[in-house]
Write a protein that binds this ligand. Structure first.
Ligand code: GTP
Ligand code: MG
Length: 410
């Protein structure tokens, strides 16, 4: 069973970096992955063969990123290298075309772009070396004239790197970004116990979407589920011959479910599973820690992705503000946004609390998270916030080591 770090490379998003020699392709890979995996040097032609590496680009997730040799290489050997570079196009989902402001794009770029488009590849242009005095306008104009999404970056100062990540996310086909609910958590033969309270809020005669998705996804992983109400949990667990791989509870029953689940059994909530699938769980885990630092009078944005009809005890308008006031011990300057009008500038807020985002896709949720990160504003979502309010955040994050550590370190 692959864990998060072992996502089979066939299902990983393949990003390839193309451009001329010395444009900074290898440097850009290092900037994107925050590693120094690719060899960089001022000598043109440093990268001679395509190098594919499985990596994690946060918050994009596991990808395969391929560094290539410059498309302007010369001589017999050069032609051979160019041929190899062009073959990479076949295994590319997303191409980043790196432009060097010191060299105006010409036939090399035109030909490469034509090849990429012939194969139906998505192409993003990155004009590199923004930190140098070189005039970037011709390269930017070339990209715009060819209808390419373009960003000005510097692999050295990291200027524009987040914007490039945002473009990558925005142009990744949604199905390639979509993680599944139980990815990396369960494998063949594992038992997952689901705690589903049947209270007044539960719809008649059916289960709700996160519950159904989890059951279905367990089957996809050749695992199986045991579905119980919170009252029967303890008895059901005591009847199992082997420990379950995971217990997942509805937030409404989280206190009893946590108390009745032995400490050595991984435990989480449906809300946290959904938060991980939709957004960047590490960011949200860090974000909830910011609640501890909030002071009365803080500016808090509560953002919902849809414009649903609000009920009397609405979670976003009523319940969360009430809890937050209690936690902070004073009044809070609440602001609300809904639907597509998520504020462009978040810098004036002390915290963003976002809904679960069931009406938007992962790329959009990730883009909103990056916007908060750019502005240096912590962001949490309803599900992670609820676990925090209920005092079970540490336990519920423990099955996700990187998010758990992010929470502890924040
Ligand atoms: N000032 C500045 N220098 C950069 C930047 N990116 C790359 N460089 C420099 O440009 C040179 C070439 O960088 P590489 O990353 O090796 O370029 P490449 O496109 O991989 O080159 P080849 O492998 O030879 O095709 C190195 O000296 C880098 O330090 C940047 O954003 N700003
Ligand atoms: Mg290189």
């Amino acid at each position: 069973m692959p864990t998060l770090n072992e996502t089979p490379s066939g299902s990983r998003l393949h990003i390839s970096i193309f451009g001329r020699r010395n444009a900074g392709k290898s440097s850009l890979i290092n900037a994107l992955t925050q590693q120094s995996a690719a060899i960089v040097s001022p000598v043109p032609g440093t990268t001679t063969d395509p190098v594919a590496k499985a990596m994690e680009i946060l918050p994009l997730g596991p990808v395969v990123i391929t560094d290539t040799a410059g498309i302007d290489d010369t001589g017999d050997l050069g032609a051979l290298r160019v041929e190899k570079t062009l073959r990479v196009i076949d295994r590319t989902d997303l191409a980043v075309l790196v432009l060097d402001p010191e060299q105006e794009p010409d036939q090399f770029e035109d030909d490469l772009l034509a090849r990429l488009r012939e194969r139906g590849r998505t192409v993003i242009a990155a004009v590199n070396k923004a930190d140098l005095a070189a005039e970037a306008a011709p390269a930017l104009a070339w990209a715009t004239a060819h209808a390419l999404p373009v960003v000005l970056v510097s692999a050295v100062t990291r200027q524009g790197i987040d914007e490039l990540k945002r473009l990558l996310i925005a142009h990744t086909p949604a199905d390639r970004l979509q993680a599944s609910v139980l990815d990396g958590l369960v494998g063949p033969g594992d038992c997952v116990v689901l705690v589903v309270p049947i209270d007044k809020a539960a719809p008649k005669d059916r289960l709700i979407l996160p519950q159904v998705m989890t059951i279905r996804n367990a089957l996809d992983h050749d695992a199986y589920t045991l579905v119980v109400k919170e009252r029967e949990l303890k008895f059901a667990l005591s009847n199992l011959k082997t420990k379950p791989k995971l217990v997942v509870t509805d937030s409404q029953a989280v206190l009893k479910a946590a108390a009745d689940t032995p400490d050595d059994v991984p435990f989480t909530t449906f809300s946290i599973l959904m938060a991980r699938m939709k957004g960047d769980l590490e960011q949200l885990a860090r974000g909830v820690k910011a609640v501890e630092r909030l002071r009365p009078g803080a500016r808090v944005l509560i953002a919902e992705a849809c414009t649903h009809h609000r009920q009397a005890d609405d979670i976003g308008k009523v319940q969360i503000p009430r809890w937050l006031r209690q936690l902070v011990g004073g009044d809070i300057d609440f602001h609300f946004s809904s639907g597509p009008d998520f504020p462009a500038d978040l810098a004036s807020y002390d915290l963003v609390i976002h809904c679960g985002g069931c009406m938007i896709n992962r790329p959009e949720m990730l883009a909103r998270g990056l916007r908060a990160e750019d502005a240096g504003v912590p962001m949490v979502n309803y599900g992670v916030f609820l676990s925090y309010v209920h005092g079970v955040i540490e336990r519920a994050l423990r099955p996700f080591p990187s998010a758990y550590l992010a929470y502890l370190d924040a």
